[in-house]
Design a protein around this ligand. Structure first.
Ligand code: UDP
Length: 465
């Protein structure tokens, strides 16, 4: 279908983490194919690759991060630094852009929910601000209730109460609540409160999820937040996507695909813990021997711990013992891997993108959540959607072997796959004409266009007075 230009621009700002960059560029692509001109504002750290998106304009702004601060080893600390330091550089870059007569007029700004500093920037420029939450709605609901959870004594988490039900948020137990290691033990609590306050003050929230998947959380959030809500996901499957450019910050090892081509349908376990989660040496050893002992073929993404390393070291004798049954890479073309017929299950950390990508391909999951929203996502996978099983506690080779057998070999796996295929079907229906996500997208487009007739930002230089 031919693209009809709308003659207006939208500025989008991702948080510079892989799991945030991919969905916001996906959203930008969807808006582009619906006629908007796109400007991506970005930090210098982990900047997206402009050559993969020649149809967008890019607006770099200084993040003022030192070399040691520009690291994803403590993503919460990194996000906090960006929230503190980027307001002025972004305001300057944006105000120049707003006075550029060669651009289609900028009618609205879409910020990653994690970048709450954008509220003051947009207020000062009188620019309407929408927010994209890149995680799921069910986990956001938990973050938005952090003050209540603290008041009722669930937070800070006490390990001895892990099995207690969180009655305000069924089916979660205390052990499923978000947690995150950071320099400051209060950092996650403060971040979650600030993120949900600044989200409530925005003109609307966009979700990379779909109504049929998270209806109860979405309904509760509509009530709690009191702002327009647009669940228009899954972004990466949108039929209106302008391009299927890769937003990956690393180059994928394409050798996985010919390797998968040689395997039987549904026979391979794909293993990846996303772009941030770090696994200790002990965990690698337990994962490796669990995989070897399972006797199932596997494709394992094992990121190096530093750029100087080729791969995180594997236990001695492991590769020899698995022979051609295992393939290990540094980074995979994940969506392509998950849609490959040879892939039978996904051992995942349940980052929201990975969870949604697995759901969209009908691939059952073995859940090993590590931090932040991942424990909530894993609980929904195992107990609500029933499309996966959770590894209990600390990773241990015997438990790994059992979980792999449950999903890949036993009858339980067959039923889990059937449910995963049903969910895949729902995910594809919501994107068809008149599907829930398409209707939400139409509403979002009308919302953005409504700003066109009432441009409110000041003329160049006015904000500096
Ligand atoms: N990903 C990928 N190749 C890999 C590992 C991950 O392309 O080898 C992509 C994956 O498809 C997903 C993103 O990286 O889109 C990871 O996001 P997620 O929210 O799952 O986890 P995070 O990295 O934020 O913890």
């Amino acid at each position: 279908m031919e693209r009809q230009r709308k003659g207006v621009s939208v500025v989008l700002i991702p948080s510079p983490l892989q799991g945030h960059i991919a969905p916001i560029l996906g959203l930008a692509d969807i808006l582009y194919s619906n006629g908007f001109s796109i400007i991506i504002g970005h930090t210098l750290f982990n900047s997206p690759n402009p050559s993969a998106y020649p149809h967008f304009s890019f607006l770099p702004f200084s993040d003022q991060l030192t070399e040691s601060e520009a690291s994803t080893s403590d993503p919460l600390h990194l996000t906090n630094l960006i929230n503190i330091r980027c307001a002025l550089p972004l305001t300057r870059s944006l105000s120049q852009l707003l006075s550029d007569p060669s651009l289609d007029p900028i009618v609205c700004f879409i910020s990653d929910a994690a970048l709450h500093f954008t509220r003051s920037v947009c207020d000062s420029l009188r620019l309407p601000r929408l927010v994209l939450r890149t995680g799921g709605a069910s986990s956001f609901l938990v973050f938005s209730l952090f003050p209540l959870l603290r008041q009722r004594g669930y937070l800070p988490i006490q390990e001895c109460r892990g099995e207690e039900a969180v009655v305000e948020l069924p089916p979660l137990k205390v052990k499923d609540l978000p947690r995150m290691e950071s320099k400051d033990p209060e950092a996650l609590y403060e971040f979650a409160c600030r993120m949900s306050d600044e989200l409530k003050s925005s003109s609307g929230v966009i979700w990379n999820t779909f109504e049929e998947l998270e209806i109860s959380a979405l309904e509760r959030l509509r009530h709690e937040l009191g702002i327009p809500s647009y669940p228009i996901g899954p972004f990466h499957k949108h039929p209106t996507l302008a391009s299927h450019s890769s937003s990956a910050l690393r180059s994928p090892d394409e050798s996985c695909i010919p390797w998968l081509d040689t395997r039987e349908p549904n026979s391979v376990l794909y293993v990846s813990l996303g772009s941030i989660a770090a696994v200790s040496e002990r965990e690698v050893v337990e994962m490796a021997w669990g995989l070897a002992n399972s006797r199932q073929p596997f494709l394992w993404v094992l990121r190096p711990r530093s750029e100087s390393e080729w791969l995180q070291p594997l236990p001695e004798g492991f590769m020899e013992s698995v022979g051609g049954r295992g393939h290990v890479v540094r980074w995979a073309p994940q969506t392509q891997v998950l849609s490959h017929p040879a892939v039978g299950a996904f051992w995942t950390h349940n980052g929201w993108n990975s969870t949604l990508e697995s759901i969209c391909e009908g691939v059952p999951m073995i859940c090993m959540p590590c931090f932040a929203d991942q424990k909530v996502n894993a609980k929904y996978v195992s107990d609500v959607w029933k499309v996966g099983v959770q590894l209990p506690g600390e990773v241990e080779r015997g438990e790994v072997e059992k979980a792999i057998a449950r999903i890949m070999v036993e009858d339980e796996g067959k039923f889990t796959r059937e449910r995963a295929l049903e969910l895949k079907h729902k995910a594809s229906l919501c994107l068809q004409q008149h599907g829930s996500s398409r209707r939400s997208l139409d509403a979002l487009i009308s919302h953005i266009l409504s700003y066109n007739n009432r441009q409110t930002h000041p003329v160049a230089g006015e904000e500096a007075k």
